[in-house]
Design a protein around this ligand. Structure first.
Ligand SMILES: Nc1ncnc(NCCc2cnc(NC(=O)Nc3cccc(C(F)(F)F)c3)s2)c1Br
Length: 272
């Protein structure tokens, strides 16, 4: 059929809609595929910007990685194409937008237990799937998670993912709050960096801010390296137990993703 893998997609196949966000490397628009009316999101990356930041290999790795990941909680890369100045990533449109906006707009700026438990189950399931495909996401945080029309989460932005194990240097752009100790100390690391991030993410879901947040980079580093966590009194014991099993210095002591999904605090909120 016309949409077989040999079809050459181009910007002319799409009607561009409103902007969904602005990034350092380009912007994202919702777009409608002309023949089917299908809504997608198109991330435009400027080649000049990519080349300047020496990220060409990263883009190619993202396309290679994300085009093979097929999971209901991972934002699908549907196709990609380029012209002389830009690379276009065509991804599924997540009509609920960015998860961190849902978090900041929630009453008290945090999710109720039931929502946090359902969300962390979906993130653990998506990340377990990545690990089974030897992919470390490395950048799990609310900013990189989208919400589908259905309310299900979609893990996105594999711009920083790598094949496991790896010690590729990661420029410290963006928040440090999610960095695990082994990445701060620039040691070789493995898939369990994602386990750490899931612990930070669950804390942020329930508290409204990440556990080690402080002004100043080195203070944040110090709190991460000393595992200086304060649990507000409203955090349920089950959630504290789960977070404490993920935020472990030694990566081999962190709870498995299977263990996260089966944890009693998570299980009690899983509806059918
Ligand atoms: N409602 C929505 N529905 C669907 N999508 C939305 N936003 C796009 C989410 C993304 C999916 N994939 C992405 N990938 C990259 O950004 N890659 C990226 C970025 C910088 C540098 C690099 C690299 F050059 F370093 F590789 C690679 S962003 C929204 Br809002």
């Amino acid at each position: 059929d016309a949409y077989g893998s040999s079809y050459k997609w181009s910007p002319r196949d799409f009607e561009l809609g409103s902007s969904l966000g602005q990034g350092k490397f380009g912007h994202v628009h919702v777009a409608r595929e002309k023949k089917t009316g299908f809504l997608v999101a198109i991330k435009t990356l400027f080649k000049s910007q990519i080349v300047k930041s020496k990220c060409e290999r990263q883009v190619m790795r993202e396309i290679e990685i994300q085009s093979h990941l097929k999971h209901s909680n991972i934002l699908r890369l549907l196709t990609w194409f380029h012209d002389e100045r830009r690379i276009y990533l065509v991804v599924e449109f997540a009509a609920g937008g960015e998860l961190y906006k849902h978090l900041t707009n929630s009453p008290q700026g945090r999710f109720p237990e039931s929502k946090a438990a359902r969300y962390i189950y979906q993130v653990a399931d998506a990340v377990e799937y990545c690990h089974q495909h030897h992919v470390i996401h490395r950048d799990i945080k609310p900013e990189n998670i989208l919400v589908a029309f259905s309310g299900d989460l979609k893990l996105a932005d594999f711009g920083w993912s790598v094949h496991a194990p790896s010690e590729r240097r990661k420029t410290m752009c963006g928040t440090l709050d999610y960095l695990p100790p082994e990445m701060i100390k620039r040691e070789v690391y493995d898939v369990s960096v994602d386990h750490w991030c899931i612990g930070v993410l669950l804390y942020e879901f329930l508290v409204g801010k990440p556990p080690f947040e402080t002004e100043g980079e080195d203070k944040t580093y110090a709190r991460i390296l000393s595992l200086d966590i304060v649990y507000p009194s409203h955090i349920p014991d089950g959630a504290k137990d789960l977070i404490s099993k993920l935020l472990r210095h030694s990566s081999k002591d962190r709870l498995s993703l299977e263990g996260v999904k089966k944890h009693y605090w998570v299980q009690q909120f899983q509806t059918v």
